[in-house]
Structure formats: C-alpha cells, structure tokens
Design a protein around this ligand. Structure first.
Ligand SMILES: CC(C)(COP(=O)(O)OP(=O)(O)OC[C@H]1O[C@@H](n2cnc3c(N)ncnc32)[C@H](O)[C@@H]1OP(=O)(O)O)[C@@H](O)C(=O)NCCC(=O)NCCS
Length: 241
C-alpha cells in the first residue's frame, strides 16, 4: 500500500538523504540535478510543495514543486511568457523513486496529487526540465501533461528539454495516434532523443514534442534497435509571439 503525504520543513534531512542515495545509484548522475539545502528548505516552507510516498513506514519516493515568483531561477525566462505572469508559475522540480520501487507508477501518483493540490492556488503555468538522456524522466513528464518545447542549457552546462504545461486546462489534444514511422502521414515526425541537433532545429521552427516512443523490448540487445524517439508536431506556445 503506497500513500502520498505532503512534507513540511522538518523533512529537510529526509530529502537530502534520499537525493544522495538516488543520485549515487544512477548510471549517469548528470541527468539528476541535486538540490541545495537552501532550495529544499524554501520549497518545504512557503516556496513550494514537497511530497513523499510512504510504504510500510519507509519513504520510497519524493516530488518537489517550486514557486519561483520573483526569484532569479525561473524557467519562464527561457520563453516569451510576459513577466507579469511570473507570480503564476510553478516548476515541476525534482522527482525521484528509489530504484527498488520503480515501475509502480509512483511518479504518476505523486504528480496527480501535486496537480490536484495546485488547483487551490493561482498557478497557471507549469515548467520543468529533463535531460534528453533520461527517457524515463521525459516519459513521466509527458504523462503528466507536459510537452517539451525547447532544448536549453542548465545546471552548469547540461542540456535539458524545457517542458511546459498550461494549468489547469493542459494542452489541447494533438492527435497522438499517428503510425510509428520517421515522418508520418499526419505531418508529425519522430526524432531520437539523442539527435539533439535535429531536435533543437525542430523546436526552433515551431515543433513541440507530444509523445515518447521508448522502443520495443528485444531479448538480444534490450530494445528493437530503435532508441527512444520523440514524436513532434507543429504547435505554438499559448502565449507570446
Ligand atoms: C523518473 C522516475 C521517477 C520514474 O519512476 P516510476 O514512477 O517508478 O516510473 P513508472 O512506474 O512510470 O515506470 C514505467 C516503466 O519504466 C521503468 N522505469 C522507470 N524508471 C526507470 C529507470 N530509471 N530505469 C529503468 N527503468 C525504469 C519501470 O520499471 C516501468 O517498467 P514496466 O512498464 O516494465 O513496469 C524514476 O525513473 C527515477 O526515480 N529516476 C531517477 C531520478 C530521475 O531521473 N528523476 C527525473 C529527473 S528530476
């Protein structure tokens, strides 16, 4: 039985410990940006929302939501969102599940709770980042209604997708049912997450990501030979020019 709880300031030590354990177990630590104690303290107090999943008394996962308000670190500055909207921005910051507990849809559980709680606030714009080398992170954000809209450089020179989700309404449906080939008949296209040059060019010419194809399991090499690919469609951001 998994239960989601909102955390208060007393949980700082718990989050610092969890993030170290999860980071140490990652094959590529550069995909997971660890937070400072100051940042987590702000989010645990009035500057955000933090959640944990408990299972038989153990904390097995957490999610951090951050309200940048007038602070320097605001992902909205990477897109033409008018500055008067910054007070209504939230970041879907870190999410992490202990390795032993992955595959139980705990990211979806925490995201659903966090989205539901935000309805009582004036938040209208959600931003997030994920490394193109982290397909599980990308997939979790897309499942929560986010769409990658840019490639940006963050966190000491690491490339990240920038994700956006209007709130509470979400993106208009994009017809994500096109066949699984490189350039489909509906005008969508599929690009490998590793093709960052092509992805950057596509974002720059009015495409956004709408769906992720992980590749099909294969007994020999783990996948069907296709790397995870992002389905893209021509869409405009719902603000700016
Ligand atoms: C992103 C993350 C939170 C998703 O975890 P989750 O909620 O347990 O994922 P799901 O339950 O939706 O898993 C879907 C599938 O992907 C698999 N999966 C999820 N994360 C995986 C990972 N990091 N490595 C390998 N497989 C993974 C699950 O086992 C599951 O497989 P199944 O469909 O065969 O059962 C988790 O991968 C994680 O903690 N990663 C490390 C931290 C991180 O990168 N966070 C994102 C950036 S802040």
């Amino acid at each position: 039985m998994f239960t989601v709880e909102r955390l208060g300031p007393q949980a700082l030590g718990l989050l610092l410990d969890l993030q170290e354990r999860i980071h140490a177990a990652l094959p590529d630590g550069s995909v997971f940006q660890r937070s400072s104690a100051d940042f987590l303290s702000y989010c645990l107090a009035e500057g955000g929302r933090c959640y944990a999943v408990r299972h038989r008394g153990e904390t097995v996962a957490y999610r951090v939501v951050y309200f940048p308000r007038d602070r320097e670190f605001n992902l909205a500055k990477d897109v033409p969102l008018p500055a008067e909207e910054y007070a209504r921005v939230a970041h879907w910051d870190t999410i992490a599940v202990l390795p032993r507990w992955r595959g139980h849809r705990l990211s979806a559980l925490m995201n659903a709770r966090a989205l539901s709680d935000l309805r009582e606030t004036g938040i209208r714009h959600l931003f997030a980042t994920s490394s193109p080398r982290n397909p599980h992170g990308v997939r979790s954000l897309i499942a929560a209604g986010f769409r990658p809209v840019r490639l940006v450089v963050k966190f000491g020179g690491n490339q990240r997708f920038l994700f956006y989700r209007p709130f509470p309404g979400g993106w208009e449906p994009a017809g994500d049912d096109a066949p699984d080939d490189a350039q489909d008949h509906t005008g969508g296209k599929l690009l490998p997450l590793s093709a960052t040059g092509d992805l950057e060019a596509a974002f720059g010419s009015g495409w956004i990501g709408t769906d992720l194809h992980m590749g099909v399991a294969n007994a020999t090499n783990g996948t069907d030979g296709t790397a995870p690919r992002l389905r893209m469609r021509r869409r405009s951001l719902p603000f700016g020019t």
